[in-house]
Design a protein. Structure first.
Length: 367
């Protein structure tokens, strides 16, 4: 049975629960409330990861809410305990980015990832609290990044895969100027209860079309496609068994109050009569290393690991996927030991099938 590593490669930090947007597909439960992380939480995490950061590349990912809603001064105070030994990443909706924020990013060496769903017409779900479109503010923030020569990644949510969409999106993001593009097919999780089941042919076709667009002009890194190509290559050269890590990355998510949820940031802030609040401890009371060492004692995690083994025994895609994500299992099935989810189908199974379909359609003709 795969266990959970006690040495993470990164930690997710929630500087505030607040978000200045109200996106229709957002999973976060407290995005209208400004609950800010005390500096003491950052100090506790920094002390816990110091040893890991000295011996390997280590990232701190600031993820909200909207992290920039915490303000530059407070975010700087949260950064300070970590020193120069870590990489800071921020996931932002870009609406607050201006020249001063760009100077902040440069000063602190922050790697920026922007959430935007493609051309203006594709951003109907990304709105302000007053239900007004946020697109103009998003592209204004991106323009500031480009003006200051700050590289950025992009994260795009796809609500309904359909023919032509992948080509449209890829062309848009090439023009936008991002270095890396990640595509998330909308997920049913958290407070987002919109169904996300789509015809298999539509989703498979979307991924195949995206690969075709990327192959015509591979100037940016395409996260999902490159993952799948790496897997296919490892199968062909006989190293697929070495692709999945022996232990799961714990992905510790530290909420604003110091509580720690493992494996799935999307579970933070939720409570269930059966599982409690999903937390495995609090960094204000217990060092993060101790929390990770005792991870298997968290009841829902033990159930999840049982589910991972069920995936291994029943799913032909396990070598690529590694088992359905914990939050998707819970929000789709109400428990953690179930196997296939709609997220699996949309973003793992159909992804790999789309890549293989493209390869078959473009197989060189024998002479």
């Amino acid at each position: 049975m795969r266990g959970i590593s006690s040495v993470p490669t990164y930690v997710v930090m929630q500087p505030t629960t607040l978000c200045n947007l109200d996106c229709a597909y957002c999973y976060l439960p407290f995005r209208k409330v400004d609950r800010r992380m005390p500096v003491a939480v950052a100090e506790a995490v920094a002390a816990s990861i110091a040893g890991w950061a000295r011996t390997r590349r280590f990232s701190v990912v600031w993820h909200g809410g909207e992290p920039m809603a915490a303000g530059r001064d407070h975010l700087a105070a949260l950064f300070a305990p970590f020193g120069a030994g870590v990489e800071h990443h921020i996931q932002t909706n870009a609406t607050l980015i201006d020249d001063e924020w760009c100077e902040f990013f440069k000063t602190h060496g922050v790697r920026v990832s922007v959430s935007v769903d493609g051309p203006e017409a594709r951003n109907g779900d990304r709105v302000t609290r007053g239900r007004r479109p946020a697109y103009d503010r998003i592209v204004k923030g991106i323009a500031a990044l480009r003006r200051h020569d700050i590289p950025f990644s992009a994260l795009c949510v796809v609500g309904r895969p359909e023919p032509g969409l992948a080509t449209e999106l890829y062309s848009y993001f090439l023009e936008l100027g991002c270095d890396v593009l990640g595509i998330n097919v909308e997920e049913l999780e958290g407070v987002n209860e919109r169904p996300n089941r789509h015809p298999a042919a539509d989703v498979t076709g979307f991924w195949a079309e995206l690969l075709a667009a990327w192959r015509r002009d591979p100037r940016i890194h395409l996260r999902e496609v490159e993952w799948s190509l790496r897997y296919v290559s490892s199968v062909l050269d006989g190293t697929a068994d070495d692709l999945l890590p022996r232990e799961l990355d714990p992905i510790p998510t530290v909420a604003h109050d110091g509580s720690v949820v493992l494996l799935s940031p999307e579970l933070a802030g939720f409570h269930d009569p059966r599982y409690g609040d999903f937390t495995s401890g609090n960094v204000l009371h217990t060092p993060l290393g101790e929390i990770l060492a005792g991870a298997a004692g968290t009841p829902w995690i033990a159930e999840f690991l049982t589910g991972v083994e069920a995936c291994r025994g029943t799913c032909p895609y396990f070598g690529f996927c590694g088992g359905a994500h914990a939050a998707n299992r819970y929000f789709e099935h109400g428990r953690f030991d179930r196997t296939e989810t709609d997220h699996c189908r949309n973003s793992k199974i159909r992804l790999l099938e789309g890549v293989l379909d493209h390869a078959r359609d473009h197989e060189p003709t024998a002479v």
